[in-house]
Design a protein. Sequence first.
Length: 136
Amino acid sequence: MTRIVFILAIGVAAIGTLAVAASTSPLGPPPPAGTGLDKAQCIIDRDLGNHSVVDQNTLLWGAVGRSRGTYRVTMRNGCLRSAVSSDPIEIRQVGGGRICAPKDLRIIARSGLCDVASIVKLTPEEAAAVPKRLRP
């Protein structure tokens, strides 16, 4: 009986370790919820280009034109859990064509509507440090 309890304890510990490992992004911790872009960094919706799914809550988006750069969009509800980078991601921009805050953006992925928590523009150094397989 003791051996069965010990084996179950090891199994539960392993599952907990996997859950923690799965929740950490290769980009580091997400920005605080509600974080948006300052006015000079707002994205013009037509400038959005390729995207890359990093993990179940993180999307990287490349932008061209005046919005040029790499943007990190973080979700709260794991809506990207079944998505891959080649999946189409539907964007519904709320407002006047500029994306500055999480409330300005509605993202729909394979798993459904995403609850956008934050949007930040990566610095050139941060963008260069993104693993090649995750770059948009």
